[in-house]
Write a protein that binds this ligand. Structure first.
Ligand code: BTN
Length: 332
């Protein structure tokens, strides 16, 4: 069997055995159903085992499925995913420079809307403002979505805020946990950053070619997974919740909620999501410093408007910001 045939047989075998965990599947019936030989079946079992599946062949040659790995394998992401277009095409990597980089390449070569690029680790994960994103192996979610919204480029920053809401809500489904959005696109757990979003677009005047939404979530990072300089500034779902979370299930929940929010966003912009944004926002009614290039402006956040802009009351009156670095203002 060539690698493509082996992958196809492995996928078909997996689809059958995973329906009944712990059940011993008769090998003769299986070879008949899958139109393979016994040897090929053993090869497929070995291939799946290599990928992290727990499968056994018992003394009678029967195949028993025990568990699937918590890895971002396309078959795992697809298993039970209920979206229509988000995450329907998946490019998965063990290690890659940056999923955003690959997503740009795919978008330029015409990848369909909703294409997902996902990796177990990144060697040059990109953050906002030219920073890097720490992406250790097997503990986080590092992914990018290719989108083709027919919206004016000025609406694109709203996609980040929308994604932040979806992430915050997805994390909250796991239990009692203090999750907030820090405008424009950070997600904080107990006030410390646990997820970030890097939205990049290719556009001409007045028209978007495509958008890449990069999402980094610290999921099962323990404190030891962060380098010293990040220890005080970075948290994870595991740290906030006190237990690990299945990453495949997390990405499926995220993709499903993302699709619903994105369809709504394309129709109505952020308007329909405004309450959810305000509900989760960490900055509302707080005094902040906003860094705009070399200038720093201080004021109280009074609103986030329908365009996702931050509305700040300053000594010169109300001011509206579409971007910027925000830090809390501490009166001395
Ligand atoms: C931030 O600075 O807060 C944004 C971080 C975004 C990180 C994610 S990880 C997946 C995707 N690929 C990248 O290189 N960056 C984004």
């Amino acid at each position: 069997m060539n690698p493509i045939e082996l992958d196809a047989l492995s996928d078909a075998l997996l689809a059958r055995v995973r329906r009944k965990k712990g059940h011993p599947f008769n090998p003769d019936r299986m070879t008949r159903n899958l139109k393979s030989t016994r040897e090929q079946l053993v090869e497929a079992v070995n291939r799946l085992t290599q990928l992290g599946y727990s499968l056994k062949i018992d003394g009678k040659g029967r195949i028993i499925f025990r568990s699937a790995p918590d890895s971002f394998l396309p078959a795992e992401i697809a298993n039970g995913l209920k979206t229509v277009f988000v995450g329907r095409r998946v490019e998965a990597y063990r290690s890659i420079q940056s999923t955003n980089l690959i997503a740009h390449r795919l978008a330029m070569s015409g990848a369909p809307e909703g294409t997902l690029v996902i990796a177990e680790s990144q060697t040059r994960g990109r953050g906002r403002m030219g920073r890097s994103w720490h992406s250790p192996h097997g503990v986080g979610l590092y992914c990018s979505l290719v989108l083709n919204p027919r919206i004016p480029p000025t609406m694109a920053p709203g996609i980040s805020l929308m994604t932040a809401v979806v992430l915050a809500e997805t994390i909250k489904e796991y239990g009692k946990i203090d999750v907030k959005i820090k405008w424009p696109n950070d997600v904080l757990i107990k006030g410390i950053k646990a997820a970030g979003i890097l939205t990049e677009l290719s556009a001409e005047i007045g028209r978007i070619n495509y958008v890449v939404v990069g999402v980094g979530v610290n999921i099962n990072h323990g404190r030891g997974d962060f380098p010293r300089e990040l220890k005080k500034q970075a948290s994870s779902i595991r740290i906030g919740l006190g237990k690990k979370v299945n990453r495949v299930e997390f990405v499926q929940r995220f993709l499903t909620a993302f699709e619903t929010a994105y369809v709504l966003f394309k129709k109505n912009g952020l308007a329909a999501m405004r309450e959810r944004i305000l509900l989760h926002s960490s900055l509302l009614k707080t005094t902040v410093n906003l860094k705009m290039g070399r200038k720093t402006i201080t004021g109280t956040v009074v609103d986030i408007d329908d365009m996702g802009h931050l509305v700040v009351e300053t000594k010169n009156g109300l001011q509206i910001f579409s971007a910027g670095e925000v830090t809390s203002h501490h009166n001395r």
